[in-house]
Ligand binder design. Structure first.
Ligand code: TZP
Ligand code: MG
Length: 227
């Protein structure tokens, strides 16, 4: 069976700790999807398994109501338990081949890559997409890898030539700089460009996640149409 088509244009990574005071997580998620988020990753770093499961289950219902795929950060057990569409793994997480063997066929598997060597390896391992970065500085996560800027993302994109692995950039991306990220990362060598961007705070910390998401997705889609 062919892999389902996934739109990586606006990839929301959740961050419940960043919600504005009084804003409900599930409401924020649904508003952001209605605003144009095309793919969601649940990222819960310090949440009990029981609570994580409950959050993931309800999030999946919301995502699937709008035919948006849901991925789980790190936790293959949670992805399996709720029937998520896939997982996102870091450099120090479960090896991709083992994750692939545990998950149902056609699951989406993505990996964080901070440099060209990471991308080369991820392509060999058979990931569906790579999350490239950190593009810029971010307060959302303690990132130790150096920032790449858009040009550094372009260098990593060169490693995808000849593969059908998709790519999103992450860290510090907002409606005000997303165009710079997209244009500045088009590789002069391979002409490869990003398939989308992954965003946490510019959407999650907004009191109006619908508008925050729609601003970004409008820019990403216009960029992709023009390519
Ligand atoms: N992985 C690398 S940076 C990051 C993650 C989850 C956080 C990016 O958050 P923001 O708020 O979009 O800069
Ligand atoms: Mg991880």
């Amino acid at each position: 069976m062919a892999k389902p088509h996934v739109d990586y244009s606006l990839y929301l990574v959740t961050g419940r700790d960043l919600l504005p005071p009084g804003k409900d997580y599930f409401e924020s998620l649904e508003e952001s999807i209605r605003g144009g988020v095309t793919l969601v990753q649940i990222r819960e770093k310090a949440t009990d398994t029981g609570k994580f499961l409950e959050i993931a289950r309800r999030s999946l219902e919301i995502c699937h109501k709008y035919s948006v795929p849901l991925l789980i950060n790190d936790r293959i057990d949670i992805a399996l338990a709720i029937g998520a569409d896939g997982v996102h793994l870091g450099q120090a997480d479960m090896p991709i081949d083992i994750a692939r063997s545990l998950l149902p066929p056609n699951s989406i598997i993505g990996k964080t890559c901070n440099n060209s060597e990471h991308v080369r390896q991820a392509v060999e391992e058979g990931v569906d997409y790579v999350g490239l970065g950190p593009v810029w500085g971010t307060k959302t996560k303690d990132v130790t890898a150096p920032t790449t800027g858009p040009r550094g993302i372009g260098t990593m994109l060169d490693e995808l030539e000849g593969s059908d692995v998709k790519a999103v950039a992450i860290a510090g991306i907002k409606s005000t700089n997303v165009l710079h990220c997209l244009h500045g990362s088009v590789s002069p060598a391979s002409n490869r460009s990003l398939d989308g961007v992954a965003v946490v705070s510019d959407i999650v910390a907004s009191i109006d996640p619908f508008t925050a998401a729609s601003k970004i997705v409008t820019i990403v889609k216009a960029f992709k149409r023009a390519r």
